[in-house]
Ligand binder design. Structure first.
Ligand code: FES
Ligand SMILES: [Fe+2]
Length: 386
C-alpha cells in the first residue's frame, strides 16, 4: 500500500503547510497494524467527536496502600462496578468483586476479616472465603459443608510505590506488569503523598496524552523553553520520553529549570522522575522528585485522578533536617501539581475527543501516542479468561 499524501501524519490530518514531526510521518504500511490512517486524507479539518471506549485494559489505581490497614475491608469503584479491598492480618492484600457468590450480599458493606485473620466473612449468612482463590472455606451452622461451586470472583491486584493497582476492566489474566521501581530506603525517598480528584468528563487516554502534548505545556501551563531530551519510544505497553523546561515565577528562586523523564505504563499509571538543577544550586545535590499520575475510570465518563508526590533528599546529616525540608518541598510540589492539573481539568471536563484531530507542528508526538494507546481497548486485547 502506498503512503498517504504529505498532509497525512500517522493517521491524522495536519494543517496544510505543517511539516512532519517526531518521526510520525507515514512512510508506508504501519508495522503494528494499528495505523488509524486508513481513511482518506482529503477530509478537511477535524473529524466530529467520537467517544473512546470507556474502560481501557491495564492497571488502575484504586487506593493508597495505607488506606487499607490489616483487618480492614473497604470498597472502591472501578470500571462501572464496586470492588472490595481486603487486608488480611498477615498484611496481604486481596481484591474481589463485591457480590457474595451465595446470595449476592455486598462484601464491602459489613464484610469482616475473620478472627484467624485469613478469611473474609460475609455479613449476610456468615460464609467465609479464602482470598487466595476465592473458594468458600467455611460455613456456620445450620449450613452444611461449604458449597464447592461458591467461589468469590477475585481480581488481580498489585501494590506499587505505596499504591494499590487493580487490573481491569475484567478478571482476565494480566499480560504485563507496571515497571518495578526501587524503594530502597537507603535512597532516602520520603513516603508518597496521595491526592485524589474526582470529576465527570475525563478519560484515562486523554489524561495520559498530556505527557506527550508538548505544545500545551507552554500555552496552558506557562512552561518556557520546552525541549525534547529523549524522543518518544514505545515498547509494548510501555511509553518513554524525556524533556526539559523552565518554570518562571518560582518564589525565592525566580525561575527553575526542570528535567522530566516520563514513564507511561498503560493508560492508568504514569511516573514522572524530575531533576531540578536550580534547586541543587540552593540546597546542594541529591534532590529528586517523583510524581505519579494515575487516572482510573470509576464509571462511564467519570474519572478518579490520583496524584502522588515523593521527594528524595540528599544523604546528609542531620538527617532530620533534610527530611523536614523534603516534606516541605513535597507539600509545595503537591500544591503546584494540583494547580497544574486543575488547569488541565478545565479542558478535560469539556473537551471532545477527536478521532482525527487537526495536528500542527509543535504538537508533540500525539499521533504515535494514539497508535500506541489503541492496544488497550478490548477489541485489540487478547481474549479474556472471563
Ligand atoms: S449472601 Fe453471603 S453468605 Fe449469603
Ligand atoms: Fe497538562
Amino acid at each position: 500500500m502506498s503512503c498517504q499524501p504529505a498532509n497525512f501524519i500517522a493517521g491524522y490530518v495536519v494543517e496544510p503547510g505543517a511539516g512532519s514531526q517526531h518521526g510520525a510521518t507515514c512512510t508506508g504500511e504501519p508495522a503494528n497494524g494499528l495505523c488509524l490512517g486508513s481513511r482518506s486524507s482529503s477530509t478537511p479539518g477535524a473529524a466530529p467527536a467520537q467517544p473512546l471506549p470507556p474502560f481501557p485494559f491495564g492497571w488502575f489505581a484504586v487506593a493508597a496502600s495505607a488506606d487499607v490497614r490489616p483487618g480492614q475491608v473497604i470498597t472502591r469503584r472501578l470500571a462501572g462496578r464496586d470492588v472490595v479491598l481486603t487486608r488480611l492480618r498477615s498484611g496481604r492484600l486481596a481484591v474481589s468483586e463485591a457480590a457474595c457468590p451465595h446470595l449476592g450480599a455486598h462484601l464491602g458493606q459489613g464484610g469482616t476479616v475473620t478472627a484467624g485473620g485469613n478469611l473474609l466473612r460475609c455479613p449476610f449468612h456468615g460464609f467465609e472465603f479464602d482470598l487466595t482463590d476465592g473458594r468458600c472455606a467455611a460455613t456456620p451452622r445450620p449450613y452444611g459443608p461449604p458449597p464447592r461451586t461458591a467461589r468469590l470472583a477475585m481480581l488481580h491486584a498489585r501494590e506499587v510505590l505505596g499504591t494499590i493497582l487493580v487490573h481491569g476492566p475484567d478478571r482476565g489474566e494480566p499480560q504485563w506488569e507496571v515497571e518495578e521501581v526501587s524503594t530502597d530506603p537507603d535512597e532516602h525517598w520520603i513516603r508518597l503523598r496521595h491526592n485524589v480528584i474526582r470529576f465527570h468528563g475525563g478519560h484515562p487516554q486523554e489524561v495520559s496524552e498530556n505527557s506527550v502534548d508538548l505544545g500545551h505545556l507552554s500555552i496552558l501551563h506557562q512552561f518556557a523553553a520546552v525541549t525534547v531530551r529523549r524522543p518518544l519510544e514505545t515498547d509494548g505497553p510501555y511509553l518513554r520520553s524525556a524533556y526539559s523546561a523552565r518554570l518562571a515565577r518560582v518564589p525565592v528562586i525566580g525561575h527553575l529549570n526542570v528535567d522530566f523523564d516520563v514513564y507511561v505504563d498503560g493508560l492508568g499509571f504514569s511516573r514522572v522522575e524530575t531533576r531540578l538543577p536550580d534547586l541543587d544550586r540552593f540546597l546542594g545535590t541529591g534532590w529528586a522528585l517523583r510524581q505519579l499520575v494515575m487516572p482510573a475510570p470509576t464509571d462511564d465518563g467519570t474519572l478518579e485522578l490520583r496524584l502522588a508526590v515523593s521527594v528524595r533528599r540528599p544523604d546528609r546529616r542531620p538527617s532530620w533536617l533534610w527530611t523536614a525540608i523534603a516534606y516541605l518541598i513535597r507539600a509545595a510540589v503537591m500544591v503546584r501539581f494540583r494547580g497544574e492539573v486543575n488547569s488541565d481539568l478545565k479542558i478535560w471536563r469539556h473537551k471532545a475527543y477527536l478521532d482525527r484531530p487537526t495536528l500542527a507542528v509543535g504538537d508533540g508526538p500525539i499521533g504515535p501516542y494514539r497508535r500506541w494507546a489503541a492496544q488497550f481497548y478490548p477489541e485489540n486485547a487478547p481474549a479474556s479468561a472471563d
